[in-house]
Design a protein. Structure first.
Lengths: 266, 266
DNA sequence: TGAGTTCTTGTCAATGTGACATTAACTGTC
DNA sequence: GACAGTTAATGTCACATTGACAAGAACTCA
């Protein structure tokens, strides 16, 4: 079985690097027809996850979305994002966009994927410039979302709002562009990564009980975990330190508080 | 412990999408100073792995590199790559660049990462436009490399040559730009992925013995594996079909040939 | 025919995991 | 103050997975 793909080109010449300035950029660009021939432009978007109380009481994953005020997809919800300026790194651009659009500073951020399919632009937009999006995904703590949520995220706008990330928990089934697929992929990455990497801590505050940590895993994975086995597995985990404090106030034996001592961002 | 990062910007306004044409593109761009303010341009590079006999006899991972004929890093080896044209998807661009620069059509290809750090350009190049590279990694079968290798990969050039991927096996310790780090990251991805995904088959032909498959794993992982345990683990693997053929010619019991029946590209 | 090689199957101990029982410690009520 | 109710924390057992290794099977070569 042979893959679909380009056949070998025997007479082709080796083109090293070719990192110079594209020729189209050296000229002035006037009309729409020429704009379609432009090299793709770059944008940065971010999928931000936070834990908030879900519709059935148990915590679920939410994400902030931005309502589009222009065509295409005017009125629909989209991932926060914006263009990449020349003076910042990709991750810095993601953080800056996050702060500008949602007022959030994530505890964890990681590159997800570069989306550049040809069918990303809306069909009605003839001659629109093609956009390649480098998408990041990030985690913010629940207390941060509470603060930002009270003041309407970025301060005053109604064009930024939290939504459940998963359509199975009341999230929007469709988003602008291909953002629904992007969010699904980010969900998959988070669910994979929480099983082997120290990621769940970034959704919690400085100190937490093992039950809270288990709730984070349960909310992300979408299934309940055995408390005893969960505790046993964490016994061998590095960077998880038991403190001398206990969480009191519940009508049961007060659980011990733990602290994450590992790196705060990967 | 709080992450270093941008503080929340309370007065910031929500900037949805912003996927229009950057303003700098609407004007003619004349001088070098303005060029530094241009939005970053896009390039695609690919790390291609193939198994070839190593220096100690046992097969090791090799990759084709392209010698740079221009500054910066003139004369050094770099990953094959080139600019992204507007009419193709990211993966298609990677395949096309691969065919043009090396004459190879990979059996497996997957996006690795988007590199866009600010320190990627050479220091001597003042005002050079910033380049964001979307890097793919690919696997080609050994028989393909033998054919391409005999004719000098792309046909005639000495500017394309195979090198061991790992410096520990004789590979180049430094490459142009940040390509050494990129290759190391691709090696890490391959080593992680071979342990849980059906990836090793793409380095072999249509039919192979379990010993050959084990040699692939050993070469990638860099350690020897127990033949009996390796066989047992593959028993539970899907898409691995035993054929009625045996590989004869060795001076020992002829081993059974197997076939991979799963998808050829992920 | 027998030595040498690798293929192939089988065994055993150590380890990890899921399921579940049991004790510990606190709150609220009678 | 005893007791029920709740969750925390520990312990136990069966089962699956894994690493290490033994042993028979099947071929080639001298």
């Amino acid at each position: 079985m042979v893959l679909p793909g380009l056949p070998a080109v025997p007479g082709a010449r080796a083109v090293p690097g070719a990192r110079g300035v594209p020729s189209a950029l050296s000229r002035g660009v006037a009309n729409v027809a020429e704009r379609a021939q432009l090299p793709p432009s770059l944008a940065i978007s971010t999928v931000i996850f936070a834990l908030r109380p879900g519709h059935e009481g148990c915590p679920t994953l939410w994400m902030p979305l931005v309502r589009r005020v222009r065509e295409p997809f005017r009125g629909q919800w989209a991932l926060p994002g914006g263009p990449l300026t020349a003076a910042e790194s990709l991750e810095d651009a993601a953080r800056r966009n996050l702060a500008e659009t949602t007022g959030l500073a994530p505890a964890y951020i990681e590159q997800l994927y570069a989306f550049g399919g040809l069918r990303r632009a809306h069909r009605d937009e003839v001659g629109a410039q093609r956009v390649v999006s480098i998408v990041y995904w990030a985690l913010v703590r629940a207390d941060e979302t509470a603060l930002a949520g009270q003041t309407g995220l970025a301060g005053e706008q109604e064009n930024v709002a939290w939504h459940p990330a998963d359509p199975a928990h009341g999230g929007p089934g469709t988003l602008a562009f291909d953002h629904r697929e992007i969010v699904d992929y980010a969900l998959w990455r988070l669910r994979s990564k929480i099983e082997y990497a120290q990621v769940a801590y970034h959704l919690l505050g400085e100190m937490f009980t093992l039950a809270q940590l288990r709730e984070v895993h349960e909310a992300v994975l979408g299934r309940s975990l055995d408390p005893a086995n969960f505790r046993r597995q964490l016994k061998g985990t590095p960077h998880l330190e038991a403190t001398d404090h206990y969480l009191e106030g519940g009508r049961h034996r007060p659980p011990r508080l733990y602290r994450y001592t590992g790196p705060r961002s990967l």
